[in-house]
Design a binder for this molecule. Structure first.
Ligand code: GLY
Length: 614
């Protein structure tokens, strides 16, 4: 090993021996290996210097031992698996991968975004979640996304300072590392800074996403300078470098989160939100935003109890509000569990009903009394399951009454209501999974909302701002739980999910895709546990998404296979090119883990393991 390599290894080892981390890592290793996995677990020694690793290649499935990761991107997966190889844990690897996705997937993730992280701590045998959701500024009110008593045009809100939420990712990274990690933020950001400096190879997906955004990017000087070099999207095969972002990550590592949450970087974010750098001659109406430095100072990532349901004898843990991911996936699973012999028709109907309830009841729990316990109760699920007949129910399904007083089937009211369907949402966001050698598991959704966020790069800093506040209901919509308010978190659909059998983690899954995140996660679980598909097949299978809309959007492969049969049951379909870009992992027994990414969607993802099975 080179001298430089040795120094790097020692630095990680020293970090691991500080305070509780060392105790935790050692205890966890011993407890997990003996109590959970048995003697057959192939575990590299906890603090050994890693041997030379074979150069990882991009593949959607990997099986092996000692830790596993799946992301949408080879560079991010490589960073995560290297952190694991060098003795870091799942949280360290997840944060390092998330920061790297901010480089290589800058239109889906970044330090000015937010996310939800679900974490199983093997030593404590407990699931934790961390909410790093963006917040509305204190100056935002119920009517801030309206003009003259009507919603401002959605497309105009998308590219604006007004839609930029107070970012949560950096606070979330810091909290996750402090509570559960072994690396410092500086160490966790280092690989991402190196990727930003060295550059990555532009693939078709990055090229296409840039091209799809080119019209608005060229209207913002700082964005055009970074993402349209020479006035056009970087060609496929070229190397894309982001030295500004490399410097930003390094300075953030040195100065810590307060550099953003109240310091110089925060001042620059606020200045950019308030006076977006519109290119000379651009005619786009880029509305200024409301964020202040005090909003940044006040931001906190929050640990929350997970949302949990029992399903087919398993325990499914997800993200509680302000995400609707855990409540909606959980309610739909409960409904499916209450039905005899569920198939795709029941999957669509359960999802329709759960989305009706999501729309009526779920918002930021600090502002809205979300009846989460009842939404996830078996009694409510049984009442809702009564509405699932042999044919598709009339559209739209009405929300139910999760009030603890549940009627037998015959007394259930008919399923129809003037409730609106879900708001416009796109294919944005990203998701990653990590498991480490100790049995800790992370499912982590990160986002800047639209693909390309609000389209505004902070000048000289190399990252886009989010437009997460477009996840609010714009209104007017009296009584809607997701209207904006000062400091409120917009309702999310992100659904990082962990599945347990008899207290042991068996599967982790999640996806991007706006509100289709919920149906993608649900469909993968249905594919795996109702239809018995192996996990790679459960991810690759063609998808359909029913979100209490008149038509169910479906990929062509789904329509080819199941369209006629389901249309005969009264379902109506609209084709859509692609739904989601999931990542998942499953524990196969004997310590073997299978990491899984998409084989095709969004250009395919990257699964890696520390020690591949022979
Ligand atoms: N921005 C996507 C979501 O939060 O659901």
């Amino acid at each position: 090993m080179s001298h430089a390599g040795m120094i790097e290894c020692r630095e990680v080892a020293m970090t691991m021996t500080t305070g509780n981390s060392m105790r935790r890592a050692r205890l966890t290793l011993a407890a997990f290996a003996t109590a959970v996995l048995g003697a057959s677990l192939l575990v590299p020694p906890a603090y050994a210097r890693p041997g030379p690793a074979p150069e990882p290649v991009k593949a959607p499935v990997a099986e092996g031992y000692g830790g596993a990761v799946a992301t949408v991107d080879l560079d991010a997966s490589k960073v995560a698996v290297e952190v694991l190889r060098r003795g870091g844990n799942a949280i360290d690897a997840a944060v390092a991968a998330a920061a790297t996705l901010g480089v290589t997937e800058p239109y889906s993730a970044g330090l000015a975004g937010g996310g939800f992280l679900v974490y199983y701590d093997a030593e404590r045998r407990k699931v934790f979640t961390i909410d790093g959701r963006e917040k509305a500024p204190a100056a935002m009110t119920e009517t801030s996304l309206q003009e003259n008593g009507a919603a401002i045009p959605f497309d105009e809100a998308v590219t604006s300072g007004l839609s930029a939420g107070v970012p949560g990712s950096v606070a979330q990274w810091e909290l996750a590392l402090r509570r559960f990690g072994t690396l410092s933020l500086k160490q966790a950001l280092r690989p991402a800074a190196e990727v930003a400096e060295r550059g990555f190879t532009v693939d078709q997906t990055f090229h296409d996403q840039t091209a799809a955004n080119a019209a608005r990017f060229k209207d913002i000087s700082s964005t055009a300078a970074l993402f349209l070099p020479g006035g056009a999207p970087p060609p496929v095969g070229s190397t894309f470098r982001n030295p500004d972002l490399a410097r930003t990550y390094r300075e953030l590592g040195r100065r810590g989160p307060s550099w953003l949450y109240g310091g110089r970087l925060g001042e620059e974010v606020v200045a950019t939100v308030k006076r977006p750098p519109v290119a000379p001659g651009a005619t786009r109406n880029v509305r200024p935003g409301l964020m202040s430095l005090d909003d940044l100072r006040a931001y906190r990532a929050v640990e929350r109890p997970p949302a949990k349901v029992g399903y087919r004898g398993l325990d499914v843990y997800g993200m509680a509000p302000p995400s609707s991911g855990g409540s909606t996936v959980g309610e739909a699973l409960n409904i499916i569990d209450a039905l005899p012999d569920p198939g795709l028709h029941e999957y669509l109907e359960a999802s329709r009903l759960a989305f009706a309830d999501r729309g009526k009841y779920v918002g930021d729990p600090r502002y809205v009394d979300v009846p989460l316990r009842e939404l996830l109760s078996d009694g409510f699920a049984k009442e809702r399951a009564c509405l699932v007949g042999e044919r598709a129910m009339p559209h739209p399904a009405a929300p139910g009454s999760p009030d603890g007083d549940y009627a037998p089937c015959a007394a259930t009211p008919p399923p129809s209501s003037p409730e609106a369907g879900p708001a416009k949402e796109g294919p944005e966001t990203t998701h990653l999974v990590v498991a480490d050698r100790w049995g800790n598991v992370v499912a982590y959704n990160i986002t800047i909302e639209s693909t390309g966020g609000n389209g505004i790069v902070v000048p000289g800093r190399g990252f886009l701002l989010n437009n997460e506040l477009t996840d609010f209901t714009f209104g007017p919509a009296p009584g809607d739980p997701n209207l904006p308010a000062p400091g409120k978190r917009p309702r999310s659909s992100m659904a990082p999910t962990l599945v347990f059998d008899d207290g042991r983690p068996v599967l982790a899954v999640g996806s991007p895709g706006g509100s289709t995140i919920i149906t993608t996660v649900l469909q993968i679980l249905v594919n795996r546990y109702e239809f018995g598909m192996p996990l790679p097949e459960a991810l690759a299978a063609p998808r359909a998404t029913q979100r209490n809309t008149a038509q169910t959007q479906a990929e062509q492969g789904f329509l080819n296979r199941y369209g006629a049969e389901l249309t005969a049951l009264g379902h109506q379909f609209a084709p859509i090119a692609e739904i989601g870009a999931a990542t998942a992992l499953e524990f196969l027994g004997g310590g073997k883990v299978q990491a899984v990414a998409e084989p095709v969607r969004r250009g395919g993802g990257s699964a890696l393991v520390v020690a591949p099975a022979k």
